[in-house]
Design a protein around this ligand. Structure first.
Ligand code: ADE
Length: 247
């Protein structure tokens, strides 16, 4: 996977992505990441990349020309055209399924907006996919782009090592993950659930599955509508919720 990030703050991207698992994947050439400074492509003699909005109103608008030239500097040296993801609170909301789908791409270009927005014409010209990371407004698209790069990269073979396996993750099967415990067996009087010490793998798996179901029912009941759960498990959830009602 090749990531290209069009931004006015390339250092934010480079600094944010050079540590931990993503930093290691870049170091090992499993993925590559290039942050392109839009300002390097402006034709304005004062280095400006934004201007007042036609029609008036508050804030500034990022101009088309520097963004487009920065974009062309990428695609003109590639023999394929990567999808362009435009980070905006007005986009489709990013989720695990989109991460899985985008992980199949050969390359991705992220456009990070700032100020009041980006001249609509350059978005049309680049045929962008508008994506939001949630219903809140950030000061720029850099953090959202980094969130997406992190979530997508975890889905790429070779990025996670065995001990970091994505298999049991929350959302893998549409459910939240079960609770985890490590040493010591008793901490501040709180005991590790006995079943986890039993060595009975079938029982542990069954317990964890129930925990996932209960946790999802408690915290994200909306996920149960689309999660891959059996009729028996649906019954379990119903009984669990009914019992909670009684308390
Ligand atoms: N830019 C500002 N807020 C954003 C959000 N929530 N998602 C994506 N890009 C953004």
């Amino acid at each position: 996977m090749e990531y290209y990030v069009l931004t006015l703050f390339p250092d934010m991207i480079r600094e944010g992505m050079n540590t931990s698992i993503i930093g290691r994947a870049i170091e090992n050439d499993v993925i590559s990441l290039e942050a392109i400074n839009i300002r390097d492509y402006t034709q304005n003699k004062h280095g400006r990349t934004d201007d007042y909005p036609y029609g008036g109103g508050a804030g500034m608008v990022m101009q088309a020309q520097p963004i487009y030239d920065a974009y062309r500097s990428i695609i003109d040296r590639l023999d394929y055209r990567p999808m362009v993801v435009y980070m905006t609170p007005q986009g489709r909301v990013f989720d695990q399924q989109m991460a899985q789908e985008l992980a199949l791409q050969k390359g991705l270009i992220f456009l990070c907006g700032h100020y009041e927005g980006v001249d609509e014409r350059v978005l049309d010209e680049m045929d962008v996919l508008p994506v939001s990371i949630g219903d809140f407004v950030l000061t720029g698209g850099e953090l959202p782009a980094m969130c997406m790069i992190d979530a997508i990269s975890r889905m790429i073979p070779g990025v996670l090592h065995n001990e970091e396996s994505a298999e049991d993750d929350s959302f893998g099967d549409g459910l939240l993950e079960f609770p985890q415990y490590s040493r010591p067996e008793v901490w501040r009087g709180r005991e590790v659930p006995k079943i986890l010490l039993s060595g009975d793998h079938a029982k542990v798996d069954a317990w964890r599955r129930e925990q996932s179901l209960m946790r999802t029912a408690d915290r994200r009941p909306d996920l149960l509508l689309t999660a891959a759960i059996s009729p028996k498990e649906q019954d379990f959830v119903k009984k669990y919720l009914a019992k909670k009602e009684d308390l």
